[in-house]
Design a protein around this ligand. Structure first.
Ligand code: NAG
Ligand code: NAG
Length: 993
């Protein structure tokens, strides 16, 4: 009886529904993966298990698991080969998870598998050669992983494969010919892999079932093989971003099914092959960025194309009128060619034209009136042509327009009223034409307008009050016109305004009140107008104002004191009627040109004030000055006398040539300048830069120092900016060097001393055994720098710069931050070198606040420098950002590989077009990817085009520390002091013997 009861209990409800074997396998799968989002939490339910579990599908009859779709579930861990024990599993998708480690060879035990999608995961290692053993595999997608090495030979043996997609991996062999054996293949997608340079195997022409061939950015070289013409089912052919050359082969005109051909960014040359009219299915053709010559064939333009991109070639002749018959054409980009003649009269009449870019050609004649007939036109880009006549009235009704660039043509006449007020236009550029008339009040309708560029035309009349309603306006430039009247009061409502440039007009009246609401104003240029009244005190509150030019007006009254608070790169108030005392900060030689031509203005600057006022009020000033002058003379005579005495004394002691040297030292020295002089021979040169040669000197004490010999009257390396010769001004140089010599910071190279003669200067630094970051990173030894080292270098350099910017009084702007100026000590600790000195040497008589000579090196120069030619802390931060990008990408700041771009632009476009994996340095272990991405972001912030958006160096240090908090604690302790630097007591300085 008891036994029966026990049996009854044991067989109770909890045990009635037990998991079948497949359910148990799936549960162990669940246990083998990390599941941070609990995507598999329902995989416990016993009812109907496992066929009703999320992601699981069973065969309706046998109830055996048939498909497993766990895409986008954030699962992490290695590929669970255990799955292959499910005998009928035909479909697996783990797309977009974090499946890591290598793909195990026993994946081939999934005998029923037809569809395997492991795209967008973290798989590494080689592709398993066993994949081809899966007898029924039709679909294989391994896109977006880190597979490396060759495509295995066995891949030629797939029996049923229709789709092979290996995009965005690190495959670095060649594209093998045996892929031509997979006769069932419909889609071959190998784009964006770093294959070694190789040709398109002619065998691929055997893939007669192929519909899609995507071989973008695969390092393809050579010509397109004629066998491609055999791909009669091909609809998409994409060979863009390779180095293919030769003509576009005639065989391509045999691709009777092809809808889309992308050959952009190769080196194809010659004209279009005859027979383009055979491509009756073609809708999209992109052959941009090649070297094509000849004309655009009429037979091509007769095809019912939707998109035609032929920009950046060398095409000539006119655009066939037949293009206007294509009823589907929505995109036509022909910019940067040598095209001539008039635009087809009916362009836009038959098709919903959306994007038209014919910039930088030699098109002439008038704008076709029908361009926007279908109401779809968004971008009308035609700068740099010879187009003439007025803007057709019909375009004034083109509500779809967003970007209009008609600059640098010969357009004339009045702009249609409706055109001013198009509601979606964000860029309206009419620069460099002969447009006349006024800005119509209808502009109030242009609610989306952010750039209004009207300069160098014949516009006249007042600037309408309605302009103040354009709340999104960021740039309004209308210089070189004949605008008159006063600025409308409403203009102060433009809170987004960054640039207001109306110089060379006939504007008059006072500046409106309330300009303090221009919180984002960066540049204000109202030069050469007829403005009167006071310069509003509020201007001193525009905290991001960087460029202020109010010269050649009739402003009167005092200079607002608040201007001293601004970080101005350009300040020009010359030729006005300003009066009163100059604010103290501006009483410097440097600012001379900013204030000339204001007869009433008084200050210590020569040539400013006629002195009348001063003499009247302060009679005794004259007396004081005389006393000072006399005292000064006595002092100078004394010094000269002392110097002569001293020289005689020295001459007696030393040989004549050496006595010309003077030494300034900042530390107790264990050596003399003569010892150094004796060691400067060409054998000991370790580097040579724009400012001089660097020698390594081993002293008798065994100590090693680096000696930099500056040469005088130097030129800078970068040709893109004007070159102005500097000359050494000894006293400024010495003062500056003294400041630098006092700096003590663990991340700044120590300057031991400085020796000077009339035509040569020696700077003696501590020696840094590992040389410069630039040399190391960009040499074959770049692989030595692993990520933790690179990260520490970035942080060290940031701390050094932060010290210069924030802790030095006055702040020091480095002006030439670059990887070659970041030196590495024996432990790869980084120190900033070479700051300030170049500045002093180059400054050509200008004070430190406004250096108008070239600063910086190619690839590191902040973009605003092009128009301001001035540098401040923000330009250092930009350059530092470039160094960070070098560390993350391992690439040079400028490299022929980038074409016209520099590293910053290359990183931005590559990120956009190909993703982050193509940006990160492949020499760095991919396990650091997350940290690298964080540091990359900091580099991008520092290189923001707008200086305001760049974080301060102090903030940069903080952000870098946050990237990797655990690394920080591993860093050397800062010898018990609160701050990592200290000033050495001046009495410690060594003295000249
Ligand atoms: C794979 O991911 C798991 C789970 O996140 C992790 O524990 C493991 O360390 C990773 N393995 C590798 C080789 O990255
Ligand atoms: C494949 O193409 C190559 C070259 O185009 C040719 O020599 C070869 O015979 C072809 N093989 C098959 C099986 O058709």
């Amino acid at each position: 009886m008891l036994l029966l009861l026990l049996l009854f209990l044991l067989s109770g409800p909890p045990l009635t529904v037990s998991l079948n074997q497949e359910g148990l396998y799936l549960q162990s799968l669940k246990n083998s993966l990390e599941d941070p989002d609990s995507a598999l939490s329902a995989w416990n339910e016993r009812d109907g298990a496992p066929c009703n579990w999320p992601g699981v599908t069973c065969d309706p009859i046998s109830h055996s698991v048939h498909s497993l779709d766990l895409s986008n579930t954030n699962l992490a861990g290695p590929f669970p080969s255990l799955l292959c024990r499910l005998p009928n599993l035909a479909f697996i998708s783990f797309s977009n998870n974090s499946i890591n480690s290598t793909l195990p060879p026993d994946v081939s035990t999934c005998r029923s598998l037809q569809h395997l999608d492991l795209s967008q995961n973290l798989l590494t290692g080689e592709l398993p050669h066993t994949l081809a053993d899966l007898p029924s595999l039709r679909y294989l997608d391994l896109t977006g992983n880190n597979f490396s090495g060759d495509i295995p030979d066995t891949f030629g043996r797939f029996q049923e494969l229709e789709v092979l997609s290996l995009v965005y991996n690190l495959l670095d062999g060649t594209i093998p010919a045996f892929l031509g054996n997979i006769s069932t293949l419909k889609m071959l997608n190998l784009s964006y892999n770093p294959f070694v340079p190789g040709g398109i195997p002619p065998e691929l022409g055997n893939l007669t079932n192929l519909e899609v061939m995507w071989l973008t950015d695969c390092n393809l070289v050579g010509e397109i093989p004629d066998s491609m013409g055999r791909l009669k089912k091909l609809t998409d052919l994409d060979l863009a971003l390779n180095a293919l050359h030769g003509p576009i082969p005639r065989s391509l005109t045999e691709l009777s099914s092809v809808v889309q051909i992308e050959l952009y960014n190769n080196s194809f040359s010659g004209g279009f092959p005859p027979g383009m009219s055979n491509l009756t299915a073609l809708r999209l053709l992109d052959v941009s960025m090649n070297e094509l010559t000849g004309t655009i064939p009429d037979e091509l333009c007769r095809l019912p194309l939707k998109s035609l991109n032929l920009y950046e070639n060398r095409l000539e002749g006119s655009l066939p009128e037949s293009i206007a018959n294509s009823t589907g054409l929505y995109e036509l980009r022909l910019f940067r060619n040598g095209l001539t003649g008039e635009l087809p009269k009916n362009l836009g009449r038959n098709s919903p034209l959306k994007w038209l870019d014919i910039s930088s050609n030699q098109f002439s004649g008038e704008l076709p009136a029908a361009l926007c007939q279908k109401g779809a036109l968004e971008e009308l880009l035609m700068i740099y042509n010879q187009l003439s006549g007025p803007i057709p009235a019909s375009l004034g009704e083109c509500q779809s327009l967003t970007r209009v660039r008609l600059g640098f043509n010969r357009f004339s006449g009045e702009v249609p009223a409706g055109f001013w007020g198009l509601p979606r236009v964000s860029l309206l550029e009419l620069v460099g034409n002969s447009f006349s008339g006024q800005i119509a009040k209808t502009i109030v309708g242009a609610a989306n307008l952010s750039s209004l560029l009207l300069s160098t035309n014949k516009f006249s009349g007042p600037i309408p009050d309605e302009i103040g309603w354009l709340g999104n306006l960021v740039e309004f430039s209308g210089y070189n016109n004949s605008f008159s009247g006063s600025l409308p009061g409403s203009i102060v409502n433009l809170e987004q305004l960054g640039i207001l440039d109306l110089h060379n007009n006939e504007l008059s009246g006072e500046l409106p009140s309330g300009v303090k609401s221009w919180k984002k104003l960066n540049e204000l240029n109202l030069a050469n107008n007829k403005f009167t009244g006071k310069i509003p005190e509020e201007i001193g509150r525009l905290s991001v104002l960087n460029y202020l030019d109010l010269s050649r007006n009739q402003f009167s009254g005092k200079i607002p004191l608040g201007l001293q608070n601004l970080k101005l790169n350009q300040l020009n108030l010359s030729y006005n009627r300003l009066s009163g005392e100059l604010p103290p900060l501006f009483s410097k030689e440097t600012y001379m040109n900013s204030f000339v031509g204001n007869p009433g203005l008084c200050g210590d600057l020569e040539g400013l004030c006629n002195g009348k006022e001063e003499a009247k009020s302060n009679g005794y000033v004259w007396l004081l000055r005389t006393i000072f002058v006399v005292a000064g003379l006595v002092f100078v005579v004394g010094v000269v006398w002392f110097y002569l005495k001293y020289r005689n004394f020295k001459m007696a002691k030393r040989e004549i040539d050496k006595s010309k040297w003077t030494l300034m030292s900042f530390h107790k020295l264990g050596f003399s300048e003569y010892e150094i002089l004796d060691c400067l021979d060409e054998d000991s040169v370790i580097g040579s830069g724009s400012s001089g040669k660097v020698y390594k000197v081993v002293l008798s004490s065994g100590e090693v120092v680096a000696v930099k010999k500056l040469w005088v009257g130097l030129r800078k390396e970068c040709e893109s900016v004007d070159v102005e010769k500097g000359h050494v001004r000894d006293n400024v140089f010495d003062a500056e060097v003294e400041t630098l010599g006092k700096i003590r910071h663990k991340n700044i190279v120590k300057l031991w001393c400085c020796c000077t003669t009339r035509d040569c200067k020696l700077l003696v630094y501590e020696y840094m055994p590992n040389g410069s970051l630039g040399d190391l990173l960009h040499s074959s030894k770049g692989g030595l720098l692993d990520w933790p080292t690179r990260y520490r270098i970035a942080l060290d350099a940031a701390e050094g710069l932060s010290y210069l910017h924030h802790d030095c009084v006055p702040p020091i702007v480095h002006r030439d931050v670059k990887s070659n100026n970041i030196l590495l000590d024996g432990d790869f600790g980084a120190r900033v070198a070479d700051f300030g000195v170049a500045k002093v040497v180059d400054s050509a008589g200008k004070g430190p606040k406004s250096m108008s000579v070239i600063a910086g090196s190619c690839g590191y120069i902040a973009p605003e420098y092009a128009y301001t030619l001035r540098v401040n802390e923000k330009s250092d931060i930009y350059s530092f950002g470039v160094v960070v990008l070098e560390l993350v990408t391992g690439k040079l700041p400028v490299d022929p590989e980038f074409g016209e771009k520099d590293l910053v632009k290359w990183v931005c476009t590559t990120l956009d077009q190909k993703g982050v994996d193509h940006v990160l340095d492949p020499k760095v272990d991919s396990c650091y990817k997350v940290d690298m991405c964080k540091v990359l972001n900091i580099g991008l912030l520092c290189t923001s085009p707008l200086p305001i958006n760049r974080p301060s160096m102090r903030r940069v240090v903080k952000m870098l520390q946050e990237v990797c908090p655990e690394n920080q604690s591993k860093m050397p302790k800062k010898d018990g002091k609160l701050s990592p630097y200290y000033y050495e007591d001046t009495s410690d300085h060594g003295s000249v013997a």
